[in-house]
Design a protein around this ligand. Sequence first.
Ligand code: HEC
Length: 205
Amino acid sequence: MFFRSACRCHALSAMIIAVAALAGCHQDMYDQPRYEPLEPSDFFGDGRSARPLVPGTVIYGAEMADDVLHTGRSDGELATELPLELDAALLRRGQERFNIYCSNCHGRSGDGNGMIVQRGYRQPPTYHSDRLRGAPIGHFFEVMTNGFGVMPAYSIQVNAGDRWAIAAYIRALQLSQFATLDDVAASERAKLEQAAATPPEDANP
Ligand code: HEC
């Protein structure tokens, strides 16, 4: 009997030693020599513990260029023209990116009634107001780059080229809501006129 309890006692002290050893380990890692941010140092000549960045270092994901393509402005003024060549591929890319990143709030047509808004998020303004139809294209680029009011910035997820593609597509959306028959190519106009003349099929006569 005595023997058994002595045995347990040994096991217990072994455990205590093991736990103490582990805790000691933790303390070593925890208290390892290191500098806190901005802490001075005697080791380096300039007295600073933080080392200067290697010349030419770029912030990850940041676009440092200050041209119109990256800022949306030229000579401090919002760009009034797309700094990229406008073609069908650019618009398709803009449409794809818009539907991924913007339509959840702004709606696929840009009316500001996307699914997140229907679930209670603050409603953005429609793109089809006179104010936004008259806004320079650089404004759309800038809103995406820096965010606007409660809307977050998208420069991390969407690179500068894609932000311009989206801006171009927003212009197309704006045109789509105010287009007249004269804007339609002659070859397509006949189809539209024919469709308008045909009465819609009534599913429940
Ligand atoms: C999470 C929802 C949300 C997403 C996603 C979103 N926006 Fe917005 N956006 C808003 C809200 C809300 C406002 C209004 C902000 C305010 O007035 O505080 C707004 C405002 C705007 C405006 C109007 C600025 C003005 O002058 O009134 C533009 C343009 C715009 N967003 C473009 C975009 C584009 C382009 C994208 C996609 C890259 C996008 N937004 C993605 C919510 C969103």
